[in-house]
Design a binder for this molecule. Sequence first.
Ligand SMILES: N[C@@H](CCC(=O)N[C@@H](CS)C(=O)NCC(=O)O)C(=O)O
Length: 225
Amino acid sequence: MSADSDKPSYVLRYFDAIGYGESIRLLLTAANVEWTEERPEWPREKPNQPFGRLPVLIEKSTDGSPEFLICESGSVERYLARTYGFLPTDLKKAALQEQIRDQLIDAIVAFTGFVRDIHDEDKNAKLKTFEEMLDKIIAIQTKNLKSNGNTGRLFGDSLSYADIATYVFFKNVAIGFVKFKADIADYLKPKLTPEIIKLISTVETDPKLAKNVLKSGNLVAAISA
Ligand SMILES: N[C@@H](CCC(=O)N[C@@H](CS)C(=O)NCC(=O)O)C(=O)O
């Protein structure tokens, strides 16, 4: 399916990692817009970014209006999700999806604390915090998936922002975090419920995402191996 030429095109500036870039990649893919990726030389390019960090998204319109630059992954994701219909226009319904993403990011930040801490005692305490958050996330998401009829979707019957954010969270944990904690997938796998496994497989096989979803790794394979 070719991208629509009346839609803006995009450049995503990010590192070669799942991290905070993958939900943006998948939203751009699902939106069926033209986009490319740029890997700035780091840290040389750091001072040239709006907030000094990545990701940064550049939107190029088709009507000659100036480029629109936006950073902070959550803001970028919501901008795209709202623009291309992966978040509902109803503010309350949208907030229910946004809260899911924010809880997931808290767990990512907790894991980053574990990675950065060099003191064993603190390090283990941070890992425990991450693990507790992970348990909570799995329990909440499983309940949400059950109340949506166990269809592999968190809301309604089509791909949503919350589905993408949740899929990317588990991709970060099972594939992205391996280089910091080699046994993380073994730790995660027994905790995953059938409802979450179904969400992962539903997102990974969604035709809208087919072009790019496997480039950062096959999550279904990673959690079933
Ligand atoms: N709150 C920011 C965090 C962004 C962030 O931590 N970016 C990291 C990469 S994942 C970065 O740019 N690191 C390089 C640096 O800080 O110099 C967001 O959500 O976009």
